[in-house]
Ligand binder design. Structure first.
Ligand SMILES: *Cc1c(COP(=O)(O)O)cnc(C)c1O
Length: 397
């Protein structure tokens, strides 16, 4: 069933990888909206259930449309196997739960997507899995936190929302030294610009809700890893707890994968230009873009990412009041907590996505009252530049 990538380039894999066709020979991938499957004979059913016949049994376990999505993204990442999930959070939870049991220990970078941080900091400890949160950019902090009972290290790079870049290869080496696995949430970098497996990661997770859909329609996630990890550790958890991806969503996301390079390349080109334009405006106190030479980890970003990606963080002078005035003055850029969308979106993390963090935790993460996160969409770069600069002028007014 797995379509080998034949040494194809990413663009080709994303159009053809993983495709299987029904006897009708449809051009576009078929949407198999079915819960279950029927068997010709009782013997056939028995063979399906005992694994002699590898066909489909029930869509909580696997589904042909979902399998096409899984095989396509696995081919892109160079992973042996993948499992689609109902959301990005289901993928993160699945990856961590599949690795851990009571008594184990997890180390994670503290600049995590809010719900990821909840799993590591609050949920896992309820089941006897202890965790340590570290400053992800500080390799000595990782070294000090990793102990013999550490089974997993978990990080996002670039981080949300301050776009710090974490040295994936260095953390992978430290994790492997104690037999732990490195899980990388690669949402912000996208599969085009960063290949965590090549840098030593063992498990990669995505929220497919973001760039992979890219048009704000549906939720989805995916866990990628070795065949043994997916078959022996992920599948039992998946089968018995049910975070399965809907075949309808898998179909939308398959179509999203076809156009992913076109969208991400354009969004990245526009983001790079906007970062340079915004950095010059006197109302911008700080601008963070992993593709710029003034990024705090510019050298590392160049080494582990092929481009700066689609997200910009900017701190406007004047705190919350200025950030709100700027956001409210935007005409094209919409206010939303999503990202990776065709529509450019701005978020004020301190009062939305990171509102529930204690003030001191926000300060520690560099999330000031004037910080805004901008997800660059597919609109024309000149229109976006004009919209953003006009709104910044109101901040100074
Ligand atoms: C959005 C996001 C998630 C969660 O994904 P959902 O699809 O919303 O469940 C996890 N990690 C990162 C980095 C994200 O941006």
């Amino acid at each position: 069933m797995t379509t080998k990538s034949h040494g194809w380039h990413p663009e080709t894999i994303l159009v053809h990888g993983g495709t299987t066709r029904s006897p009708f020979g449809e051009t576009s991938e078929a949407m198999f909206l079915t819960q279950g499957f029927v068997y010709e004979t009782a013997e056939a059913a028995e063979a399906r259930f005992n694994g002699e016949d590898p066909g489909f049994v029930y869509s909580r376990y696997a589904n042909p449309t979902v399998a096409m999505f899984e095989n396509r993204i696995a081919a892109l990442e160079g992973a042996e196997a993948a499992r689609g999930t109902a959301s990005g959070m289901a993928a993160v939870n699945l990856a961590l739960m599949a690795c851990c049991k009571a008594g184990d220990h997890v180390v994670a970078a503290k600049a995590l997507f809010g719900s990821c941080r909840y799993i590591v900091e609050t949920l896992l400890p309820r089941f006897g899995v202890t965790s340590t949160l570290v400053d992800g950019t500080d390799l000595d902090a990782w070294r000090a936190a990793i102990r013999p009972e550490t089974v997993a290290c978990f990080l996002e790079s670039p981080t949300n929302p301050t776009l710090e870049v974490i040295d994936i290869a260095a953390v992978a080496d430290m994790a492997h030294a104690v037999g732990a696995r490195l899980i990388v949430d690669n949402v912000f970098a996208t599969p085009l610009w960063q290949s965590p497996f090549e840098l030593g990661a063992d498990i990669v997770v995505y929220s497919a809700t973001k760039h992979i859909d890219g048009q704000g329609r549906c939720l989805g996630g995916v866990v990628l890893g070795s065949e043994a990890f997916i078959t022996d550790e992920v599948m039992p958890f998946m089968k018995h707890t049910g975070p399965a991806m809907s075949p309808f969503n898998a179909w939308v996301l398959l179509k999203g994968l076809e156009t992913l390079p076109l969208r991400v390349e354009r969004q990245t080109r526009t983001a790079a230009r906007l970062a340079d334009v915004l950095a010059e405006h006197p109302a911008v106190a700080r601008l963070i873009y992993p593709g710029r030479d003034d990024h705090p980890q510019a050298e590392l970003a160049r080494r582990q990412m092929k481009a700066g990606s689609t997200m910009i963080a900017l701190e406007v002078a004047g705190g919350k009041e200025a950030a709100f005035r700027f956001s409210n003055a935007l005409k094209i850029v919409k206010m939303s907590n999503n990202l990776g969308d065709a529509k450019s979106l701005v978020t004020h993390p301190a009062t939305t996505t990171h509102q529930s963090l204690a003030e001191e935790a926000r300060v520690e993460l560099g999330i000031g009252e004037g910080l805004l996160r901008l997800s660059v969409g597919l609109e024309h770069e000149d229109d976006l530049a004009a919209d953003l600069l006009t709104a910044l002028d109101t901040v100074r007014g």
